[in-house]
Design a protein around this ligand. Sequence first.
Ligand code: MRU
Length: 345
Amino acid sequence: MIKTLEWTDGGVRFIDQTKLPTEETYVTCKSYEEVADAIRTMIVRGAPVIGVAAAMGVALGARDSKAANPADFDAEFNHICGVLAATRPTAVNLFWAIRRMKEKYKSVGSQPMPEIKQQLVDEAQRMLVEDIAANLAMGKHGAALLPASGGVLTHCNAGALATCGYGTALGVIRAAVDSGKQLHVFADETRPFLQGSRLTAWELMKDGIPTTVISDNMAGAIMSQGRIGAVIVGADRIAANGDVANKIGTYTVAILAKEHGIPFYVAAPFCTVDLQTADGSGIPIEQRSSGEVTHMAGKQMTPDGVQVENPAFDVTPHKYVTAIITERGVAREPYTKSLQDLAGR
Ligand code: MRU
């Protein structure tokens, strides 16, 4: 399995996703500030792994603290959490993971510093193990939903690289293939950051799963030819009513799927569900730098001075979502009820 991230004595080690697919290189972040930079610059990206990376960043900051006792450490701990929380606004997994680290700190805060540090490191590592287990469970719940054979379209990268291993949407595809389904994945290129063509295609090819990269504007034509039996994507945040924030372009794909009568599935760990946010209008959408749109691989693609927008995510209204696959089970309309029911499991 691809090691997207790993806790080491020297720091948190990431596969550098900005260099894939042409270079498989690894970077070790030796401080929590370096982990925050890795999240911001997308050396590590994808909602679930952003959460675990942040948790490891918190653990790293705690481990390296010079504070002699919890009273001295409190303010520093909150500062570390604040720096990591300020990296990317949309993926709720980031805030979920930091909250969990805060809860852990609260529960062990009366112990001596070495014990607190060890508990925080253990908690972050536990989150990595749990994320992989959740993905495997999603695979079990979701595999039956995919067709027995033919094309499945995905957008962005919701694979091993976006998680601690196996993937959410790609995990379901992997499980379906393992169960004998003869699938062919159509990977949307995913402009502007190219997570589909650079990352999804790279990891599926490593697994020998047949994959075709298409540019984003080809999806409708391929669907109209009857070559797509299902769409499956990941999510960065799912509101209580089932509205789904995911990579920019997902909304367009969902509408196309509806028009062509193709089921549109979302696979995400339950920590991506944000029951505090009633609907998609409350989800903050990250705006990234214009350079990601104006330039490709360092080459300028637009005239000097042109106005550019670069929202990193969009919101797909729940009416387009056939089902949401989580490790706790599969939710369907009405999502306000089904997601609430899964919350109780
Ligand atoms: O900007 P990114 O690459 O972090 O966006 C990633 C996505 O939108 C993924 O589809 C989502 O995080 C789910 S990953 C399991």
